[in-house]
Structures are given as structure tokens and as C-alpha cells.
Design a protein. Sequence first.
Length: 129
Amino acid sequence: MSVGKHIYEQPWGAARGGDVCQTYRDHSWDDEKPFYRGFNIELLLANNSTIPVTDDWGEEVDYVTANGKGGTFCYYGYSGAGPRPGATSSVTFFALIDQGDHVRYVQLNINGQRMTVCLDGSGAQVLCQ
């Protein structure tokens, strides 16, 4: 797993009703409360196993910020992104982060394995420590 494109955008409005993923799907941000950063990250997943990876990411991709806050990424939802055995796929996620904070690491559960990728303040991949 490696990081492809990544970008923080701010200011970003609050999620209406507290549900970031539903607000993301509806494009209905509360721009009167622009206290956040939108974070888009592309993960490049290489499937070195004999088991296909499904497209159902649901609650499988979590993050923890530098300030210790945790959450679940919203999946963009395009089909065919789960890599077949021997293939690499691009999968993109979105998170809403407090201004002044950044995602420190991303954790994925794929076919029973937990993987972690660590990020710097710009969203670029770094060695985990």
C-alpha cells in the first residue's frame, strides 16, 4: 500500500447533522461553520494474495490525527476499486479534519489483515515510528 494523490483544502464547512459521509454524498456542507479541513487521499493497493479485495470499504478505513482524534474515512464509492489478485488499484477517501490538525496515520482492514500507513502534515507518506 502506498499514498498517491493527497490534498488538504480549507476552510471547509461543518457536516450537517454530524454525518460527514452523508454530507459528503449530498454536497451539503454548513459553510457558516468553516472550521475544518477537507482531506482527500488516494491509496494505491497492491493485492499480493490469491484472494480478491471487495469494493465494500464501509467501516474498514480509519484514521487518527496528530491531536489524537479518530474517525472513519468516507469512500468515494466507485466500483472495481478492490484489486484482484496480482493487481494494483487506486482507492480514494475523504475525511473532515479540524483546522490546525492533520491525519497522522491511516489504518485499513483488508481480508482480515490490518495495515497502517503513516502521513506527515501535508498528507505525504512517511515511515511509521
